[in-house]
Design a protein. Structure first.
Lengths: 449, 100, 177
């Protein structure tokens, strides 16, 4: 046979799983991101005492499909004097960065596209930071005031919070001692607790920094509609805008996955080493069955027959998934899928919880002004993250010197918390001084302050 | 890995293109970017030899070159911004204050 | 086989993007092509099994330095100036000098190939699956043998940061200080 053809077939035979995973990611993640948008709108409606999208499909379930069709058939408007090459390239960079970084994330002990690369977490963080280029190039190429200002603000925000996020990640990496994703989750399994209990300050710093990294409220000044029209996305319409939008939601999923891997134990069940809690192994099936039961209970309370039918369908789906989780446990030849299936369930549950917190904060907190945003990033989060890294390092040294791991970490966490409170106190003093200074300058103005 | 000759040719090509960029372009920012290209060519060489000899020193050196290039780019761009603020130009032809 | 495909792909993209970079009239296009060149170089690092350097190149060079360049190009954006060239043979001389340099280096490589005991062949090279983990090796070396350059590099970055801020500060900002 032709040696090139033979080499190609050998390549496909060795790597076909990874290639298939890659295709699945590129095909499925935009769809999933669309449904995350629907979930967000429904949650927003629930928190605002209304119903959300209900018209398109049962309970609005086909809303993402309708949105996708609408965006695809829209006219592709390119502004005058816009730089053609870069205008085309920028949304592509944003989307490619988000999807590529998803390739190194492990959803289960063996469910990973990149076969456990040595630099796992750093790869995800580094490649997802390439989305910045998509933002700044897109804003510039649109040749419009709002776009450039939005792009500059967005880029400044992303760059500021990237440092804090990276340092928070370093604190967790100090505890695990390695960059590889499987090894990090393994370290959490061996130490018996998730790293969020060992380094809670790092988790909170990463939470805040990741909200700012993905341009979500309360840090969404660069793309808020009442501020800058839509920031760097102003001149984009139709499919290009959908690339940016889906890239942003894919970025959210990536950031949630990184936080889950580093802090929340990845694919491990709660308390992975405690044997008297091993009944939690049955939790996926039980939880899905409970969800199905709740759906049946709600089905009885629906006003319209169509809604009742829909809730019965949801209940049936939940029970089917519960059976899917339960069957391999009792059918011996299928036992090998158990770790992957359970792992994927716990991972997706944690990612969903993290995204729920994102959405919850969006609907609750008011937006930060840009100078307040930059002040929070540079004056509070980065010093706090540095202090946290030093504190966790000191705790590791104390552990080597014979202290109990928990005692060392509690002491250093208390110290970091003290630093955080001190920094916030400094900020309050600065604000008080600024507002009192304003009233001094304009003595006759009674509305000031 | 391919033979070292392949990597040497590649890095030579990038180095020469960088040199052409430095000597040909008028825009000082593009000159700085060509210098970054030259540094990258050197990095490829270092990492290739580090792989051949199994010594990680080449990669350490390349890492320091990357850090150094960041510092140099920051300072160089600061100088360009300061000059632009004074003279309103970034073309090398028009930066001739010291010319006799 | 996979190695050579990856090398020719990344090498080809690197050289092509470099040529495009030095020939574009628009500085922003040059920056975009430099980004592709840097990413292709990162691919070469990955092909040489230097994983940490691959991601360091992407984070630092592409995610840091190139964003800086793009910001400055946005700041000093001028309309393309009138093309009054003073020395018309400059491009020709530059290319000739570069080619001369290239011929010199190729002559050295050719001579090295024929020296006994030296040259361009590899004696024994560690197979890829027996390589020690790259990040650990780099970290061990960086914090033991090369600790002084590491500290000097951090001081250098601090000095560069302070210098760049001072240089780029506007006079109004300096007066308010």
């Amino acid at each position: 046979m032709n040696p090139t053809l033979e080499a190609l077939l050998h390549f496909l035979a060795t790597w076909w799983v990874e290639l298939l995973w890659g295709v699945v990611i590129v095909a499925v993640v935009p769809l999933v991101a669309g449904y995350v948008v629907l979930v967000e709108r429904k949650l927003m409606a629930d928190m605002q005492a209304r119903l959300g999208p209900m018209r398109v499909g049962p309970h609005g379930l086909l809303q993402p499909i309708a949105d996708a069709v609408e965006l695809l058939i829209k006219e592709d408007i390119i502004p005058d004097n816009a730089d053609q090459l870069i205008f085309w390239l920028a949304p592509v960079i944003s989307m490619v960065a988000a999807l590529t970084s998803m390739g190194a994330i492990a959803f289960g002990p063996t469910l990973q596209v990149a076969r456990d690369i040595n630099i796992g977490i750093l790869f995800v963080a580094g490649v997802s930071s390439l989305g910045l280029l998509g933002i700044v190039l897109g804003g510039w190429a649109s040749n419009s005031h709002y776009s450039i200002i939005g792009a500059m603000r967005s880029t400044a925000q992303l760059v500021s919070y990237e440092t804090a996020a990276g340092l928070a990640m370093v604190s967790a990496l100090l505890l695990s001692g390695t960059l590889s994703i499987r090894a990090i989750v393994d370290a959490q399994r061996q130490s018996g607790v998730w790293f969020v209990f060992l380094a809670p300050m790092a988790f909170f710093i990463y939470l805040v920094a990741s909200i700012a990294e993905t341009n979500r409220a309360p840090f969404d000044l660069p793309e808020a509609e009442s501020e800058l029209v839509a920031g760097y996305m102003t001149e984009y319409s139709g499919f290009r805008w959908s690339l940016y939008f889906l890239g942003e939601y894919a970025n959210m999923i990536v950031v949630a996955s990184v936080a889950t891997t580093l802090f929340l134990g990845g694919w491990l069940r709660p308390f992975p080493n405690v044997t008297w809690l091993s009944w939690l192994e049955y939790a996926p099936a039980v939880l899905m069955a409970l969800a199905g039961g709740y759906s049946i209970y709600r089905a009885g309370k629906q006003p319209v027959a169509v809604q009742t039918g829909f809730m019965w369908a949801v209940a049936l789906a939940c029970f089917a998934v519960a059976v899917l989780f339960a069957v391999p446990r009792f059918v011996a030849p299928l036992n090998f899928v158990l770790p992957g299936l359970n792992g994927a369930f716990w991972f997706l549950l944690k990612v969903s919880a993290y995204l729920y917190v994102f959405m919850w904060l969006r609907f609750t907190l008011p937006r930060y002004r840009f100078d307040q945003l930059m002040h929070l990033g540079w004056y509070i989060l980065i010093p706090l993250a540095i202090v946290n890294v030093v504190a966790v390092g000191v705790a590791m040294l104390l552990e080597n010197a014979g202290w109990n791991r928990w005692v060392g970490l509690m002491v250093t966490t208390a110290f970091t918390l003290g630093t955080a409170l001190y920094l916030v106190h400094l900020q309050d003093k600065r604000n008080a001084r600024a507002s009192s200074a304003k009233t001094d300058v304009l003595p006759g103005n009674s509305y000031a302050g | 890995m391919m033979s070292p000759a392949h990597y040497l040719f590649l890095s030579l090509a990038l180095f020469l293109i960088g040199c052409i960029g430095v000597t040909t372009r008028r825009n000082v920012i593009v000159v700085l970017m060509s210098i970054e290209l030259i540094l990258n060519a050197v990095n490829i060489n270092l990492v290739m030899f580090s792989r051949v000899f199994g010594d990680v020193a080449g990669q350490v050196f390349a890492l320091f070159i990357i850090a150094d290039a960041a510092a140099e780019a920051a300072v160089g761009l600061g100088i360009i911004i300061a000059f632009f603020r004074n003279r309103e130009t970034v073309l090398a032809d028009e930066m001739d204050l010291l010319k006799w | 086989m996979l190695d050579s495909v990856l090398f020719y792909f990344f090498g080809g993209v690197a050289v092509l993007s470099a040529v495009l970079m030095v020939t574009r009239r628009n500085a922003m296009h040059s920056a975009v092509f430099l980004i592709t060149t840097l990413m292709a170089t990162a691919g070469i690092f990955l092909q040489l099994r230097a994983e940490f350097l691959f991601i360091a190149q992407i984070i630092l060079y592409v995610g840091g330095i190139m964003v800086l360049f793009i910001f400055v190009i946005m700041l000093v954006r001028l309309d393309v100036a009138l093309h009054h060239v003073r020395f018309r043979m400059q491009k020709m001389v530059a290319v000739l000098v570069a080619l001369a340099l290239g011929f010199e280096v190729l002559a050295i490589l050719y001579a090295a190939r024929r020296l006994p005991g030296q040259g361009l062949f590899i004696s024994e090279i560690t197979p890829p699956d027996k390589l020690p983990p790259n990040s650990e090796e780099l970290a061990k070396s960086l914090f033991s043998a090369y600790l002084l350059p590491f500290e000097i590099a951090s001081v250098l970055l601090l000095v560069a940061m302070v210098g760049a801020v001072v240089m780029a500060k506007s006079k109004k900002g300096a007066e308010e200080q």
